[in-house]
Design a protein around this ligand. Sequence first.
Ligand code: UT7
Length: 331
Amino acid sequence: MSKTYNAKFSSFGSFTPAKILNNFDLEKIVDTSDEWIRTRTGMFERHIASENEAASDLAYQAAVRAIESSSVKYKDIDHIIIATISGDHPFPSTACVIQKKLGLKNIPAFDISAGCTGFIYAIDVARQYVENGAAQNILVIGVEILTKITNWKDRNTCVLFGDAAGAAIISRAESSEISLIIDSLIEADGSQGEYLIQKAGGSRMPASHETVDQNLHTVYMEGNRIFKSAIKCMYAACTEILARNDLKVADIDWIIPHQANLRIIEALASKLKVPMSKIIVNIEKYGNTSSATIPLAVDEAIRAQKIRRGDKILLTSFGAGLTWGSVLARY
Ligand code: UT7
């Protein structure tokens, strides 16, 4: 696709709520064990939003950190895109709530629903606005408070999720700059949507006493099916984006995959024939924070001076929809 301008990541920022729930705490809630959770998922603790914290509260903090880590001024942000499936309200969008919190006016603000792949989808959209000249600095945020739509009696899912927000500023880049979003790829297969779903609360099954009693407003997942598809689709998204840019996996400095399960990440690394030392993993500390896992992991790695300007990074994710995708960039 032809483009008029280049797009780049100006900066990242992230935020997690203060409260922490570890595997031993979960042992007191459901029939599980630290050993099972660690060996089956690689998780140990996760941050949990308090009763009065909503998605926009986490997203706002991540946004401020991203803006203040860049040379972009608040007034220079000309679009807001938020990837979330657990926003403040079904409507208005959480992006509009954030626009108000940031004191910004008269700029487009909208949410994207693509489950755990939401941040990749949001980058794909933001990149096109910047490349065609419609925007210069887009605030993109992945934020999720899945613990508020979790069935705390279902050990298959309640041990998996944590809450977090991760933000990035996507800006127009000069052609001389080393930083560049090289390519992005998004895909979906709606025929498998029922394997990872929040069944009630929409127009198919509006909220009623029955839906609440049956826990239909919480995350339902057929973990095993999702596990296999996640590896297959993230592998395909990585190999396809590398091939169409004439790159080999050895050319990539860091791979930052969605953090849903350490075994998925290890299987992906093994299929790609990449050592785990090149993969950014923080699942032990945060669990699965859905659309926030990738910007949270990238932000941490930048602040730890692992990812440096000019490094080639490959982001990949998989989630509800089903959806998957990848982003290739020089940071
Ligand atoms: O982020 C969006 C995408 N999400 C994902 O990619 C998640 C993909 N799925 C997974 O990560 C894994 O499938 C899970 C971590 C969810 C589950 O791991 P698994 O190895 O696929 O376990 P399983 O569902 O096949 O269950 C194995 C056993 C079952 O017991 P039986 O039937 O063999 O007796 C479960 O009841 O483990 C049992 N089990 C548990 N035991 C202790 C399930 N959850 C737990 C638990 N503690 N929390």
